[in-house]
Ligand binder design. Sequence first.
Ligand code: UD1
Ligand code: MG
Length: 396
Amino acid sequence: MWTIIIICIISLIAYFVTDELIPKLKDLFIKAGLYGVDLCKVSKDKIPEAIGVVSGCVFLVTNFLFIPVVFGNSLIDTRNFPHNEFAELLAGLLSICCMLLLGFADDVLDLRWRYKLLLPTVASLPLLVVYYVNFNSTTIIVPIPLRDYLGPSINIGFLYYIYMGMLAVFCTNAINILAGINGLEVGQSVVIAASIIIFDFMELRGEQYKAHTFSLHLMIPYLATTLALLKHNWYPSRVFIGDTFCYVSGMTFAVVGILGHFSKTVLLFFIPQIFNFIYSTPQLFHIIPCPRHRLPKYSAETDLVQASRTVIAKKDLHLVNGVILKTFTLLHLIERVEDEEYITINNLTIINLFLIKLGPMPEKRLTSSLLIFQIFCSCLAFIIRYPMASYFYNNI
Ligand code: UD1
Ligand code: MG
């Protein structure tokens, strides 16, 4: 408990350091050419981009400072030093550090989509290696109703490593594509991090207390630095966070999920991102045209944002995109306007879906609505994780 109190105190300092550093470094980023324009504002001021690198660096340095706190007792008598746990922490930090570097490279060089998928896979390798050495448990518990057919558990072997690698790719990109309005990327990460912390505290008395303490070591400083970033990124944004932040966040969630052995629960906190990812796939795989930006369209006259749109030429319709369009129309998931030559639909993100269902609204209200939805989904995740899961699994 003492360790956690010290971690909270150091994290509080990390919050103030990040909060102080961001305004001081803003001009340096603009001078280096790292800036963007807010597409949902009248003003075309330069806004520093990739500021996630500041909060990411403070987060990592805070973690380095924790090492003597967490491993303090073992450092006095090094014979009982917990090498396994130390390797886990280092591998986790290495993967996050890798993503910080690669995310920053992406912000500077504007990498292509295929690399965005490849980079997290490579960065998750240290994590997978330490998982192999320390646990190598690739068995999944079968839900009670299926046990008659499949037995109590199945060893899925190598596939489990593929699943974990894909988890890292998913977490990093899922946050990056639910983006484009002030405060949304950081806000959703705060809700996910807070949910994981609540879950950790609930599990601290259980058998897996060590894994949850490990998760808290990472999540508390992450939440502190992210809250400081949110203060500057909230509407109207004084800074943009860049892909650096999305990558660091996604990898941090993947690290605690994998090394804490609760990756399924982490995924439960990603319900809006999972839905947004599935909804986006036709555009991500270019089955339906995907413009460079899918963020909502701003109207200067009304100061409201409305759903942005993409155009499909009827001559480009084929079986696959035709079926997708029909299904989405049937499910009331798109707003479509047709003329003789073209079909115009909203860009496939839940941000635009909110706008077609609720109508145009101010940007700030849109971010708040999406964050309330994220909190609602976290509550749902807890209901699935606790009362419902006990019907499917015992020992939970
Ligand atoms: C992802 C999304 C893209 C979305 C963009 C917005 C996919 C496939 N890609 O691309 O649709 O438009 O994020 O971040 O879904 N910006 C704002 N206001 C904000 C945040 C960002 O106007 O609150 C604009 C700024 O011009 C900023 C730019 O978005 O410079 C950053 O975009 P970037 O993160 O590079 O886009 P991607 O991650 O490639
Ligand atoms: Mg981005």
